[in-house]
Write a protein that binds this ligand. Structure first.
Ligand code: OGA
Ligand code: MN
Length: 289
């Protein structure tokens, strides 16, 4: 029999990701449906809702079912023009866009590809979850790729797991999209934090690899040569195709991901075409091994 709290969960491949059908995100949802979505999220890490039509208020209301809405991180003064846009009027909303108004960016992250990263991984409390709604899309490209960091952890060689257990890594960000921070400069004014290389997910209790190409710069307690060598291996490993779901955006897509159990990246897209996604996030806590 039809039950108004039924949802359909359709996996999007073997790595991670599932499409959820039968939910209208404009409407307030019964707790039972929220619980089903949370359960599917813990399992599939990336959830996709197609054909949605959500205002900013709808998006924030839906996201708030999963925790405290996160404030947009404030970049230090010398980096502000890379991170801020003129249409980002709500402190909880970030516009992922290459669009400009009067020559000034309306949002953040501009053009081009973006390396794999953890949202706000450079901070003490990386966001738990991120939500993106597709508002304007280019004719091709600009896909978002998600990699399953539980699977990446599980598949690591045992000797490397032993070697990196109890270790931390430096996460640092200068608001560049496909370039690392140069550690030979003064990093005191560049946002950074040390996190365990492996974390235990606070909700599922599972271990995840917590390293990414864009922001993880240095392993603590190793020579810089050995750190570079291990990190290169970990980036490649974490970006293995078998762990990745690649999302090809359609207008009306609403995508939400577990920011502690996945890393994500963006593919390139034509510069003269508009792309706009509306983002919000859930506040994080310190992460532990
Ligand atoms: C983000 C992000 C990727 C994209 O919003 O955090 O990384 O596809 N976006 O624009
Ligand atoms: Mn991101």
């Amino acid at each position: 029999m039809f039950d108004a709290t039924d949802i359909e969960i359709v996996p999007l491949g073997s790595a991670c990701g599932a499409e959820i059908r039968g939910v209208d995100l404009k409407k307030p949802l019964p707790q039972e449906v929220v619980d089903k979505i949370q359960k599917a999220w813990n399992e599939h890490l990336v959830l996709v809702f197609r054909g949605q039509d959500v205002t900013q208020e709808d998006q924030l209301r839906f996201a708030a079912n999963f925790g405290q809405l996160g404030a947009r991180k404030q970049a230090p003064d010398q980096l502000r023009d890379r991170a801020e846009g003129v249409l980002q009027l709500d402190p909880r909303v970030l516009l992922v866009s290459n669009m400009k108004q009067g020559g000034v960016p309306i949002g953040a992250f501009g053009d081009g590809d973006m390396w794999f990263h953890i949202d706000s991984g450079y901070s003490e409390r990386p966001y738990k979850y991120t939500f993106l709604f597709g508002v304007a899309l280019p004719s091709t490209g600009g896909n978002t790729m998600f990699s399953n960091m539980y699977k990446a952890y599980d598949a690591l060689p045992e000797d490397l797991k032993r070697k990196l257990t109890g270790r931390k890594a430096l996460h640092i960000h200068e608001y560049k999209r496909s370039e690392k921070v140069d550690l030979n400069t003064d990093i005191s004014k560049v946002p950074h934090w040390y996190h365990p290389v492996f974390i235990t997910h606070p909700k599922t209790g599972k271990k995840a690899l917590f390293v990414d190409r864009l922001m993880t710069a240095r392993l603590e307690g190793f020579s810089s040569e050995e750190s570079d060598e291990i990190l290169s291996f970990l980036y490649e490993h974490g970006e293995s195709r078998q762990f990745i779901y690649e999302h090809e955006w359609q207008l009306g897509d609403f995508v939400m991901w577990d920011n502690l159990a996945t890393i994500h990246a963006r593919t390139d897209f034509p510069r003269h075409e508009n792309r706009l996604l509306r983002r919000c996030a859930i506040e994080g806590e310190p992460v532990f091994e």
